[in-house]
Write a protein that binds this ligand. Structure first.
Ligand SMILES: CNc1ncnc2c1ncn2[C@@H]1O[C@H](COP(=O)(O)OP(=O)(O)OP(=O)(O)O)[C@@H](O)[C@H]1O
Length: 160
């Protein structure tokens, strides 16, 4: 069975020579309370890029062009103790958009200096790969979460 497909997009801007990333504390659903990038599930027939364009707009009111989304890789999340949460996430970064991020039903967007991303308040996997992506890198990693549904207990190296 293929895993459910989701997407995440990190908007990046420059302020006084420093790079900032847009995150927001998720208001409900999977990962409620964590700071996350903009994103969500792919709808039937959508590509990950289509879904990222749509989710960025739905969650922040910002319009991005598909061509301005930089594909940065794929993350696989396994939850052996809650199979319904297992999913695969396409990762994008975007530096150009139209409009100003605004609060939505999903999250209240907030800019963070890339040097002070609030990893302690994010999914446990994020600190392991997000710095590299924010620094311009690509990612292809798999994370297995434990019985607490919050802690990464294993990272199979064969697919890292
Ligand atoms: C387990 N470790 C994780 N680490 C970092 N980010 C994670 C994550 N697990 C899920 N995500 C992100 O969460 C969104 C999907 O969440 P999911 O509940 O499926 O979608 P969301 O509630 O937004 O759905 P809608 O499509 O709006 O209904 C999507 O951006 C995805 O990248």
């Amino acid at each position: 069975m293929p895993l459910p497909q989701v997407c995440v997009c990190y908007l990046l801007r420059e302020r006084e020579g420093r790079v900032e990333v847009l995150l927001g504390r998720k208001k409900h659903g999977l990962g409620m309370g964590y700071f996350v990038g903009l994103g969500g599930k792919l709808e039937p027939g959508e590509t990950a890029t289509d879904a990222a364009v749509r989710e960025v707009f739905e969650e922040s009111g910002v319009t991005v062009a598909a061509g301005d989304l930089e594909p940065r890789g794929l993350l696989t999340y396994h939850f052996p103790h809650r199979e319904a949460w297992s999913q695969e996430s396409s990762v994008f970064v975007c530096r150009r958009w139209e409009g100003e991020p605004a609060a939505s039903d999903e999250l209240d967007p907030e800019w963070f200096d890339v040097a002070t991303v609030p990893f302690a308040q994010m999914w446990d996997d994020a600190r392991r790969w997000l710095p590299g992506v924010l620094d311009g890198g690509l990612v292809r990693r798999t994370f297995v979460f434990g019985a607490d549904l919050a802690t990464v207990v294993e990272e199979p190296s064969s697919v890292a």
